[in-house]
Design a protein around this ligand. Structure first.
Ligand SMILES: CC(=O)N[C@H]1[C@@H](OP(=O)(O)OP(=O)(O)OC[C@H]2O[C@@H](n3ccc(=O)[nH]c3=O)[C@H](O)[C@@H]2O)O[C@H](CO)[C@@H](O)[C@@H]1O
Ligand SMILES: C=C(OP(=O)(O)O)C(=O)O
Length: 417
């Protein structure tokens, strides 16, 4: 199932439940190593990155299972500290195990992480934070050897609010000796969710969601049970799809507050959006072609870079000229070139993509360049006048449980090949 076929120009209508959040569950899975026993997380998406993280945890001696959205991680027999290279190359979040392994085993062996090719993505900020807590690193031939006799609380000040580095710092600090202060840290909702999960394990953290977090180290953590929240990027993808297809779509299960900026942009594009906060429902109605938009990605609460490609797809059908500027990753416009194969009129000027909308798009055949770029091509297929095929969908399966199931349930004519 590595290609998706789409017959375009079917309006999307209906309600879709949103899968659990990829970027929230991956650090929680890493955190499970910090406790001795069985961690249970519900509403976990069956996506490739979760399977890869399960593979890593199993190689470290854990027993994992994922059935009907219930993930269990049993760490009783865990003892390893080497993260196998085969998983590291596939997934960025493999580096999140450095913090918990240093905390629990005092050593870790890993490699430079893979994941989507959207920029250089160094891990200097991760290593800086862990060094501040007492770790030392030796690097050779792409391998990273990490050691720490004892992690000790420290003041960490990030030069940039990296999501992963903030998570690694928190994961290492929760059982370190003494207090850690993390300044200029990331404020993404997934950090807050990780902190809630760690609190359920017995961690003491203050300031989650703010740019200064204080962690008071505790002697030990306990396994927890947790219900994972909806994936805001997945919800944003379906809202963008609805906006492109004159749809009437309700997404259920993602926190509306976390989507404040994308919702604001969609409203500016002409969408009629109603929100029920308590029910976690966002309904989007669009009865016209979207209007043009100007947006700039940035760390939360800014516009999420993970929605840049799908909003570029939406801008491709807008009536007028849109400008989309990417400030988080330096090479995240792979989808822009491929969208041109669907007739999109996009040019890039440095870190800005300028799209002069056209509707409908023409059907195309293209390979997903990365996870969100792949989703953007699928959205282009929904707004194309004919049959499109998107290949290399393994990228898409890293983060979306089943795009065909979800978009199909909304009326799209779409299937796996
Ligand atoms: C699994 C996960 O949660 N992935 C998300 C996480 O990725 P990730 O945690 O990798 O993203 P970061 O916030 O760390 O990266 C943001 C920027 O900081 C740079 N940087 C990062 C770390 C570092 O040590 N040095 C450095 O220079 C990166 O190259 C990038 O330009 O946040 C990104 C930004 O919201 C999202 O797009 C990803 O979906
Ligand atoms: C870039 C992404 O993921 P990762 O950081 O796991 O590569 C993403 O989810 O869009």
């Amino acid at each position: 199932m590595s290609a998706i076929q789409i017959q375009g120009l079917r309006p999307l209508k209906g309600t879709v439940g949103i899968q659990g959040s990829k970027n929230a569950v991956l650090p929680m899975m890493a955190a499970s190593l910090l406790a001795d026993g069985v961690t249970v997380i519900r509403h976990v998406p069956e996506i490739e990155d979760v399977f890869s993280m399960m593979g890593i945890l199993e190689s470290l001696g854990c027993k994992c299972s994922l059935e009907k959205g219930v993930l269990t991680v049993d760490t009783k027999a865990a003892s390893g500290h080497r993260i196998p290279e085969e998983y590291v190359g596939k997934m960025r979040s493999s580096c999140l195990l450095l913090g918990p392994l240093l905390a629990g085993r005092g050593e870790a062996v890993t490699y430079y992480p893979g994941g989507c090719v959207i920029g250089k993505r160094p891990i200097d900020l991760h290593l800086y934070a862990l060094k501040r807590l007492g770790a030392s690193f030796f690097e050779a031939g792409g391998m990273i050897l990490a050691r720490a006799d004892r992690l000790r609380g420290a003041r960490i000040r990030f030069s940039y609010p990296s999501v992963g580095a903030t998570e690694n710092a928190i994961l290492a600090a929760v059982t370190a000796e003494g207090e850690t202060e993390i300044e200029n840290c990331a404020r993404e909702p997934e950090i807050m969710e990780l902190c809630r999960f760690l609190a359920a394990m017995g961690a003491r953290i203050r300031g989650a969601g703010k740019s200064r977090i204080a962690v008071e180290g505790v002697r030990r953590l306990y396994p927890a049970e947790f219900f994972l929240g909806g994936d805001r990027i997945c919800a944003g993808t379906y809202l963008a799809a609805a906006a492109m297809t004159a749809g009437d779509v309700t997404v259920m299960g993602a926190e509306p507050e976390d989507l404040r900026e994308p919702v604001y942009i969609l409203r500016r594009m002409g969408a009629d959006i109603s929100i029920k906060e308590r029910e976690k429902e966002i309904r989007l109605r669009m009865d016209q072609r979207p209007g043009p938009v100007s947006l700039c990605t940035g760390p939360y609460p800014g516009f999420p870079t993970d929605l840049q490609s799908v909003f570029l797809a939406a801008a491709s059908v807008a009536c007028g000229e849109s400008r989309i500027t990417e400030t988080v990753f330096e090479a995240r416009f792979a989808a822009a070139a491929l969208l041109r194969q669907f007739g999109a009129r996009i040019r890039t000027e440095g870190q800005t993509a300028v799209a002069l909308g056209t509707y409908p798009l023409r059907p195309g055949i293209a390979d997903a360049p990365d996870l969100r770029g792949g989703a953007a091509l699928v959205l282009a297929g929904l707004a194309a006048d004919g049959l499109s095929i998107i290949g290399s969908c393994r990228h898409i399966r890293r983060g979306y449980e089943d795009l065909c199931r979800d978009l199909g349930s909304l009326g799209a004519e779409i299937c796996w090949l």
